[in-house]
Design a protein around this ligand. Structure first.
Ligand code: NAD
Length: 240
């Protein structure tokens, strides 16, 4: 029987590429999303992958939606914590709300989804959790104390939960993408983006499916000995 995978923020950008790649690998995929209902409907019509709207920063919503998906599709074997937002600004101008919202969704979402699914994986003796961090969580970035802290937190969260899952066949890994050609990066002003690309040794942005291939590896049967690890996919921009 096909294994069941949930991808948060799985209907567009990197998440869409991850949902499609997991589907190609034979997983039954459920894609969560946060906002645009029409775009999610179009994604489901295009791919056949059901989409479910809830806020991953909302603890109770994660618990009951994961329970509903498990009742509908079967026990959840794989979670990819991909949903994320930016609320950039230098610290002296950043509001508490901008700080809190990024922590709540980007880091809190990983906790909420793990609470909803890790105990079942542990009981069944198999599971894969992949958390999408960021180069900016490894290296820091001007104007992103909230985002860099949340992403850096994801890397610590990954290593700690990996230790808890190891004896139970549950691996927990992270991917730290560099700059990827998605809506999130399209929001960066062009002159800033030009300077960023100039610092990428490969000389271009990543394509979303180049990040998704890393997820394919971590979620495979073959990767059972790989846990607590961070895969940097950044065109050589930061060698960590
Ligand atoms: P995107 O903005 O294109 O998509 C983000 C997805 O997250 C959307 O599907 C959105 O619906 C979902 N989302 C946002 N808030 C949510 C919430 N509260 N609850 C549920 N879903 C929510 O972003 P992207 O560029 O595809 O980025 C995906 C992930 O990769 C993010 O975690 C981002 O931080 C990370 N990342 C992106 C880049 C990049 O260059 N694009 C680089 C490093 C890391």
């Amino acid at each position: 029987m096909a294994r069941i995978a949930i991808v948060t923020g799985g209907t567009r950008g990197i998440g869409e590429a991850i949902s499609l790649t997991l589907q190609e690998q034979g997983f039954t995929v459920a894609a969560n999303y946060g906002g645009n209902i029409e775009a999610a409907k179009a994604f489901t019509a295009r791919t056949g992958i059901p989409s479910y709207r809830w806020d991953v920063g909302d603890h109770e919503a994660c618990i009951h939606n994961c329970n509903d998906i498990a009742a509908e599709l079967g026990p959840i074997d794989v979670v990819v914590n991909n949903a994320g937002i930016t609320r950039d600004g230098v610290l002296h101008k950043m509001s508490f709300d901008d700080w809190n919202e990024v922590m709540r969704i980007n880091l809190g979402g990983c906790f909420n989804m793990a609470k909803a699914t890790f105990p079942g994986m542990r009981e069944r003796g198999w599971g894969r959790i992949v958390n999408i961090g960021s180069i900016n969580g490894q290296a820091g970035q001007y104007g992103q104390v909230n985002y860099a802290a949340a992403k850096s937190g994801i890397h610590g969260f990954t290593k700690a939960l990996a230790q808890e899952g190891a004896k139970f066949g549950v691996t927990v890994n992270a991917i730290a993408p560099g700059y990827v050609d998605t809506d999130m990066v399209a929001a960066v002003p062009a002159p800033v983006l030009e300077k960023i690309v100039a610092k990428i040794p490969v000389g271009r942005l990543a394509q979303a499916n180049e990040i998704a291939r890393g997820v394919t590896f971590f979620t495979s049967e073959d990767a059972g000995f790989v846990t607590g690890s961070t895969m940097s996919i950044n065109g050589g921009q930061h060698m960590y």
